[in-house]
Design a protein around this ligand. Structure first.
Ligand SMILES: *[C@@H]1O[C@H](CO)[C@@H](O)[C@H](O)[C@H]1NC(C)=O
Ligand SMILES: *[C@@H]1O[C@H](CO)[C@@H](O)[C@H](O)[C@H]1NC(C)=O
Length: 587
């Protein structure tokens, strides 16, 4: 019979109620009723008087009462109507939880004949409970690289009701990635699971918000919904990516050390260490790592030492960005160094004639030098010049060599030393310049004879002079230098009154001092005509002369004396006869 009942469970409760009443009322010794849960107090359960074959009023007369085993009495007899009624609201779930059917049994005693009747009442479930999830929201984690078909266990819902009123199914909100599957446990509970249908990408959607609805089979259907947050856990599925494949920067060579030149940027959409990037030089060369510093965290490249365009015009390097999961990307960096006019031009003297003869022909090469500027372009273009007023000029030779040569004959006696300033200036902005000095000595040649201040000169000497007295000093000047200017004095050979002149006077060949060798006697020598010669000591000596007139001055050293007519020795008066033919002027 109980099995039969179970088979009817699906039948409309009211109909069931009617069937039971008629079936059990037939006097089977056991009275069965059924009643819906949650009815108001005093609701009719069954006509007990009729089922006992009594009139309602007989219930009291015969002492009919409910005998129970200490439990709270859920039912009572209504003596007026002779029916069994509820004493309060009955909650099937409280009474029976999930067991079905929910039966309450007790006995009815008819005191006057001591008869007992078993009464069994089935409490019929109504859909008064929602399916319920324990939490309103739940977080579920899944790896980003989980394979499709991966199953994620979800919390299940419970419904206190039984049978069709209990939980029947789940529904999942519409979404791209997940489907819903249910598993039934041995206990009849339905366990929902998410099934991954499509690969996930945390970098596109990191959290999937799903709504799981649990439904029962009541009428109306009751449901409740849980918010499921599917958290996609990062996998290192993205390599870093540089914003550019090549970075170029152009910097002047004179930037201070430590200047930041550029910042490399790579991105990695992964999370945490998978997205943390470190930068480094790839295939690091000493030249690069000695010159530049790459901040491994910031990707900044700055200088470690000063740049020199003249040393290196560009630097080419490769950098890598690596994430915490060892995925990497590389980029090229080209640093171009711009020339700055930081080098002054310089003059390098290759060869120099330290002295040059004054008779050299115009166009004689004096010096060969090269000019050089470390800079390039206009910064390295050099203009080279010397002062205009000098008898020299510059002539460009091969490459950046210059000849310095004479433009005309030189005269040592006019200018013996030149300090030639060679100016070099580059065309940079601002220009840099250097001055270099070439000193040149003009070598003497014997091109000037010694010169007396006068071509002729007169002097006097008193007669009776002491022997060896100096008469005068003559000087001839020779503008040449060295031996070419060393003057040697002499007297021209001649005779006077049959005696060589050198027996009267002599000259000191070095000093030009003229001495009287003997004592002059005016009465014998009144004047001397001399040639004083001056000669220099050059290889081919040059000479000049000066005529010198030396007059002897008379002193009163003789008594007057008649020379003619000679005094007659006989004491007579002297007679001088003049011939008749004597012409006027005859002495
Ligand atoms: C040449 O002249 C410059 C100044 O004009 C001077 O500094 C330098 O010392 C001179 N050189 C010589 C050898 O006299
Ligand atoms: C003196 O010099 C002149 C001109 O140089 C020359 O003609 C003359 O012969 C010289 N006299 C002597 C005595 O050397």
């Amino acid at each position: 019979m109980a099995d039969q009942l179970r088979g009817w469970r699906c039948i409309e409760p009211l109909l069931l109620f009617l069937l039971l009443e008629t079936l059990w009322g037939a006097g089977a010794g056991q009275i069965r009723y059924s009643v819906l849960e949650e009815l108001d107090k005093g609701s009719f359960v069954g006509n007990i008087a009729k089922d006992l074959g009594l009139e309602p009023r007989e219930l009291a007369e015969r002492g009919v009462r409910i005998v129970s085993r200490g439990r709270t009495q859920l039912f009572a007899l209504n003596p007026q109507s002779g029916s069994l009624v509820t004493t309060g609201r009955i909650d099937r779930e409280e009474l029976c939880a999930h067991s079905a059917p929910c039966l309450v049994s007790f006995n009815i005693l008819v005191e006057n004949n001591m008869k007992m009747y078993g009464v069994e009442i089935e409490i019929i479930d109504i859909n008064d409970n929602f399916p319920r999830f324990r939490d309103e929201e739940v977080k579920v984690k899944v790896n980003e690289n989980a394979a499709t078909g991966t199953r994620l266990v979800l919390p299940f819902a419970r419904d206190a009701d039984v049978s069709v009123n209990s939980l029947q199914s789940y529904q999942l909100s519409r979404n791209m990635h997940f489907s819903l599957d249910e598993k039934s446990g041995a206990d009849g509970q339905k366990y929902p699971e998410l099934v991954l249908e499509r690969p996930l990408d945390r970098e596109k959607v990191a959290v999937h918000d799903l709504f799981l609805t649990a439904l029962d089979g009541g009428d109306p259907v009751l449901s409740s919904t849980m918010h499921i947050r599917v958290m996609v856990l990062d996998a290192n599925d993205n390599a870093p990516l540089f914003t550019r494949s090549e970075y170029r920067v152009s910097v002047p060579e004179n930037i201070p050390v430590g200047t930041r030149l550029l910042t490399l940027t790579a991105t990695d959409p992964d999370e945490g260490t998978n997205g943390e990037l470190t930068y480094s030089f790839c295939n690091e060369e000493d030249k690069i790592s000695g010159t530049f510093k790459l901040d491994s965290n910031l990707g900044e490249i700055s200088t470690l030492q000063s740049l020199d365009y003249e040393e290196s015009r560009f630097y080419f390097m490769e950098v890598v960005a690596q994430d915490g999961g060892a995925l990497l990307a590389s980029a090229k960096v080209l640093i171009t160094v711009q020339d700055v006019n930081d080098n002054a031009p310089e003059v390098i003297l290759t060869s120099l004639a330290s002295s040059i003869s004054e008779d050299c022909p115009p166009g004689t090469i004096i010096a060969l030098f090269s000019v050089h500027d470390g800079d390039s372009g206009e910064n390295g273009e050099i203009l080279c010049s010397i002062p205009r007023n000098l008898p020299f000029k510059l002539e460009k030779s091969v490459d950046n060599y210059y000849h310095l040569l004479t433009t005309k004959g030189l005269d040592r006696e006019e200018i013996s030393d030149y300090n030639i300033t060679v100016s070099v200036i580059d065309r940079g902005n601002p220009p840099l310049s250097t001055e270099s000095h070439i000193s040149l000595t003009v070598a003497d040649i014997n091109d000037n004879p010694p010169i007396f201040p006068h071509t002729s000169y007169s002097t006097y000497i008193l007669e009776n002079n002491p022997r060896g007295i100096s008469i005068l000093s003559v000087t001839a000047h020779d503008p040449d230098s060295g031996n070419n200017a060393k003057v040697i004095y002499s007297l021209a050979e001649d005779t006077f009154q049959g005696m060589p002149l050198s027996s009267y006077v002599s000259i000191n060949s070095n000093t030009g001092i003229l001495y009287a060798l003997g004592s002059f006697d005016y009465e014998q020598v009144k004047d001397l005509q001399l040639w004083v010669m001056a000669s220099d000591s050059g290889d081919l000596p040059l000479r000049s002369n000066m005529s010198l007139s030396l007059f002897v001055l008379d002193q009163n050293d003789n008594a007057p004396e008649i020379l003619y007519p000679s005094i007659p020795t006989d004491g007579s008066t002297g007679v001088e006869l003049a011939p008749r033919s004597a012409e006027p002027g005859y002495l």
